[in-house]
Design a protein around this ligand. Sequence first.
Ligand code: NI
Length: 176
Amino acid sequence: MTETLDELLDILIAPHATLRAKARPVGPADDDVVRALLPRMFTTMYKAPGIGLAAPQVGHSLRVAVVDLMPDDKPVPIAMINPEIIRQSTDLATREEGCLSLPGQYADVTRPAVIRVRYHTPSGERAELDADGLLGACIQHEIDHLNGVLFVDHISILKRNMLMRRLAKDQKAKRQ
Ligand code: NI
């Protein structure tokens, strides 16, 4: 293997079948893959730049996601293995979302305002985190990716079709 830990990964752009697949849970046999993948996912996310990245977006259909809101421009990396939302508020919050797999496209998305997420850390410990605001939305967005769901699935069909057409047009223009 000649891959280095800081090598950038290619981010899949919608529509891509891997982005629509339900990712499988990480098991003990995946340890080496996940250990190699995580640093590269962070590097790829920071470089993009983005605040969240899920493994299916870089072609690995595994339940792994990384998040970093970089509060005060300082890294606060969160790596989540097999994350699941175990509580969510009935209160909703709406904020504009984008996605590295739908570059240049943004829409207002409404989600539960507060969530509790349970996951395993890269060292195998179980962790729980209560999140609201941008972090709450970001974690929900990344867990959606693990279920083959994109933020555009939360908006009207009309808006979604418009956005996907615009994305396809942008991507075609980029290739020319
Ligand atoms: Ni995304």
